[in-house]
Ligand binder design. Structure first.
Ligand code: DX5
Ligand code: ZN
Length: 214
């Protein structure tokens, strides 16, 4: 199991310390939520913020772009240290073009779908992807309630992956806690994003360990 703490829920005035702590507790990925106030009604951070984290913490930088023009900004995020760059299916017109652009910049590429988007829309791209991110809340804010329809999508992606030998990681994001994480793992998820559940917990180490052991 891969655990990806969402830094959205951390104390940004202590970003390095917070990131280091969850990585020291065993988290392999750091999930970085980028919001532009246009694709989603919230604004977070740009590449300048996490550029300086790279090299200081030993983790895979899992960048989740919730922005309207991922192609235009891809290079800036990759230069700042993204290992996986994930954009939203709903944000772009030419999905293949954005996939190819990110790949041409030497980065792993992911696509994310919102709760109301059918997973089948991704069929024609699955062979090209390094990661598929299933949103289990409406993107934009942490601390929301898990939407169970994500489970069928995870199962669908897991079956497709096995059948066709695809390489993408299956990731889920939004409302993850011990209960919902278990359901996602049973459905075939491989990467658990958790913000509030990890950063607001009293014992972060124990919380991360619990997820890692699912
Ligand atoms: C929401 C973000 C999530 C968010 C998850 O748009 O993509 O990564 O931080 O937060 P929790 O785990 O609190 O639902
Ligand atoms: Zn996210």
């Amino acid at each position: 199991m891969i655990v990806a703490p969402s830094l959205l829920a951390c104390d940004f005035s202590n970003l390095e310390k917070e990131a280091r702590e969850v990585v020291d507790c065993g988290a392999q990925f750091l999930h970085i939520d980028v919001m532009d106030g246009h694709f989603v009604p919230n604004i977070t951070l740009g590449p300048v913020i996490y550029k300086n984290l790279k090299g200081k913490v030993d983790a895979v930088f899992d960048v989740h772009l919730m922005i309207s023009d991922p192609k235009f900004y891809a290079k800036a995020f990759i230069d700042a240290g993204a290992d996986y760059l994930t954009f939203h299916y709903e944000a772009v017109e030419d999905v293949k073009d954005v996939i190819n652009h990110i790949k041409s910049l030497g980065c792993k590429v992911g696509i994310s779908i919102k709760p109301n988007t059918k997973v089948e829309v991704l069929d024609e791209y699955l062979s090209l992807l390094d990661l598929v991110l299933v949103m289990s809340v409406e993107p934009g804010f942490g601390g929301q309630k898990f939407i169970p329809s994500a489970l069928e999508k995870i199962k669908y992606l897991s079956d497709k992956k096995k059948k066709n030998n695809y390489k993408y990681l299956i990731e889920v994001d939004g409302g993850i806690n011990d209960e919902t994480a278990k359901q996602c793992v049973n459905a075939g998820v491989e990467v658990l994003v958790a913000g509030t559940y990890i950063f607001a917990s009293k014992d972060r180490s124990k919380t991360i360990e619990g997820l890692l052991n699912l």
